[in-house]
Design a protein around this ligand. Structure first.
Ligand SMILES: NC(=O)c1ccc[n+]([C@@H]2O[C@H](COP(=O)([O-])OP(=O)(O)OC[C@H]3O[C@@H](n4cnc5c(N)ncnc54)[C@H](O)[C@@H]3O)[C@@H](O)[C@H]2O)c1
Ligand SMILES: [Zn+2]
Length: 365
């Protein structure tokens, strides 16, 4: 699998690290406009001082950069610069840059190595790990892509200082997800240090990142191509979240925000179906209640939505045909499983209503 390095600064001794992984010092460095502005000069200077040759590429900082049009433009710049198979690519940014950079690396010259340099909490704990890389198609998100594992994942938690709080919470949703699905001790650590992590205090921040990244790496290692249901547990809360995101046109609600709400729904469903006991559910919900949402967002994008409407949108168009929804449920905090049986719509609707009541009581900031 990939080597994950969590340290500050992650660029120290990069030449040696590359050498140890059989990587050449010929590197395409992909940024988005923000990461270029924030870290571009420093990273390029470090690379040059270590004797790297570089080609710098920059894309707009938005989801639409994950497109064939952008990829084609970047291929063009690379061909013009005589980049061949002996080069590699570093993706410096959030999940957008990581997915796009990984996609380019997987396809250019039939594949060059990719190094992920994640700079959002979501990318550090989720998207940079596991080798799924993709661009979007006008008919759907992340539909065109590859499994292309990064050789190295370089995580420097101090880079998060410039990240807006809303993006921190977004990444935090995935962080607590790992506590829910895989590790009760980690869950307890998150209960204790939630505020420390959100305010980027060390050593809690690095510990949370290390644990999250490691959990994802382990899950992926045991189920690379999603064959046995283990990798599917990473989708805890995501079936509900997908419906909320679709209803908001993937624009008006953040992925992490949708996942946070989705995890509350999944906790209710887990206990309503008799898998999770009420005390554990309460502990789960009280961790979720620490998240801060813009009030209007919660109201408009969840509380005001009819359960039935949400349910319809949880079914992707393809799945609508056989009307099957798959849920990841909890047996207890730290242990998730993919529930293979059909769940009665009424149960799903009940869980949504319970989650609405819960969020009405904790309506955010
Ligand atoms: N491949 C996977 O397994 C996987 C998993 C989850 C999500 N994703 C993908 O990840 C993407 C979302 O990623 P994201 O949430 O990181 O969003 P993003 O890449 O859009 O980054 C969010 C914003 O933060 C900015 N930014 C990045 N680092 C910063 C920093 N240190 N300081 C200040 N601003 C910074 C970016 O420029 C951007 O404006 C989606 O496209 C999603 O499909 C992929
Ligand atoms: Zn997610």
């Amino acid at each position: 699998m990939s080597t994950i390095v969590v340290t500050t600064p992650a660029t120290a001794g990069l030449g040696e690290q590359f050498k140890a992984h059989g990587l050449t010092k010929k590197t395409v460095v992909l940024f988005d406009e923000n990461t270029k502005r924030l870290f571009g000069e420093e990273i390029l200077q470090t690379l040059h001082s270590e004797g790297f040759r570089t080609l710098e590429l920059v894309v707009p900082a938005r989801e639409t950069s994950k497109s064939l049009t952008t990829a084609n433009r970047l291929y063009g710049s690379m061909i013009e610069a005589d980049i061949d198979r002996s080069w590699n690519l570093i993706a410096v940014g959030g999940g957008v840059v990581g997915d796009l950079g990984g996609y380019i690396a997987a396809s250019y010259y039939r594949g060059i190595p990719v190094i992920q340099f994640p700079t959002t909490l979501l990318a550090m704990t989720d998207s940079s790990i596991g080798g799924k890389v993709a661009i979007n198609h006008p008919l759907g998100k992340n539909l065109i892509g590859f499994f292309h594992l990064p050789e190295l994942i370089l995580i420097d938690p101090s880079r998060l200082k410039t990240l807006p709080l809303r993006e921190i919470y977004s990444g935090m949703a995935e962080v607590i997800k790992y506590g829910f699905i895989a590790d009760a001790a980690f869950f307890a650590m998150l209960e204790k240090h939630f505020s420390d992590i959100v305010s980027l205090k060390e050593p809690w921040l690095s510990e949370a990142i290390r644990k999250s990244a490691g959990t994802k790496e382990n899950v992926v290692a045991s189920d690379f191509r999603e064959m046995n249901g283990l990798r599917a547990t990473l989708n805890f809360g995501h079936t509900f979240a997908h419906g909320l995101e679709k209803l908001a046109d993937y624009r008006h609600i953040g992925h992490g925000e949708a996942v946070t709400i989705g995890m509350a729904c999944a906790l209710f469903l887990s206990s309503d179906l008799g898998f999770l006991d009420a005390t554990e559910r309460q502990r789960g919900l009280s961790l979720i209640s620490r998240f801060r949402f813009p009030k209007r967002l919660l109201k408009k994008r969840f509380l005001a939505i009819e359960g039935e409407t949400l349910l319809q949108n949880m079914l992707s168009d393809k799945k609508k045909l056989d009307r099957k929804l798959r849920f990841v449920l909890l047996k207890k905090l730290g242990e998730a499983f993919l529930y293979e049986k059909d769940v009665d719509d009424r149960k799903v609707l009940e869980a949504i209503e319970e989650a609405k009541k819960f969020f009405t009581g904790h309506s955010g900031s």
